[in-house]
Write a protein that binds this ligand. Structure first.
Ligand SMILES: Cc1cc2nc3c(=O)[nH]c(=O)nc-3n(C[C@H](O)[C@H](O)[C@H](O)COP(=O)(O)O)c2cc1C
Length: 183
């Protein structure tokens, strides 16, 4: 038997969604951090990555101006940091200072990476599409880097690195094992 859902909350059926920290700079080079669950690869060639951000967010203004952003994939040990950066605005909080995260230079952008992340996508903005109450920022991936022990033959070692997943209602989960194909 199926139960009827609420269309306004349709996106709950897409949870769990991996949660990332996106870094973006203001005109003076100060870095802000926003937590995002709505993000996705879009194209292999050219390499495009999409993030969906509400115009209410401070980061929306920053990315529109700077035309670049970095996706930082983070381990579950930083789940509280993700919650903090997703519930405070850079308009009135220095999230970097409050979280104690460490910034390191990017290869191709002036926007830095978060050292505590295990993988990073450096993106330059190629398009922004206003779609309903969010804007889809499409970035061209211009450099990628990851912790040396995070991936083995492009496979995330979830037995070593436990990614953060958001399941809605301020709740999170993670992955901690690998089932390899045996057939
Ligand atoms: C787990 C989680 C996921 C979130 N995902 C998104 C998202 O995909 N898009 C968005 O616009 N806001 C999302 N938010 C809300 C922003 O992170 C939040 O409003 C943040 O305080 C905005 O910061 P800023 O004003 O410094 O940009 C999410 C929040 C949390 C806690």
């Amino acid at each position: 038997m199926k139960v009827q859902g609420t269309i306004e909350k349709y996106y709950h059926y897409a949870f769990p969604m991996q949660t990332v920290l996106v870094t973006c700079n203001d005109a003076k080079g100060n870095t802000n951090i926003i937590t995002l669950a709505w993000h996705t690869p879009i194209s292999r060639n050219p390499p495009l990555y999409g993030i969906s951000i509400s115009p209410k967010r401070y980061s929306y203004t920053l990315i529109k101006k700077s035309k670049e952003f970095v996706i930082n994939f983070i381990p579950y040990s930083h789940v509280e940091t993700a919650e903090y950066c997703g519930t405070h605005s850079g308009r009135n909080t220095d999230k970097l200072c409050q979280t104690g995260l460490t910034l390191i230079p990017a290869k191709k952008l002036s926007t830095p990476l978060i050292k505590e992340g295990y993988a990073h996508l450096e993106c330059t903005l190629v398009k922004n599409l206003s779609l309903g109450d969010h804007t889809l920022f499409v970035g061209k991936v211009v450099a990628v880097s990851a912790d040396e022990n995070a991936f083995e033959n492009e496979l995330l070692r979830t037995d070593r690195i436990h990614p953060v997943y958001y399941i809605g209602q301020n709740a999170y989960t993670t992955l901690d094992r690998i089932k390899r194909k045996t057939f």
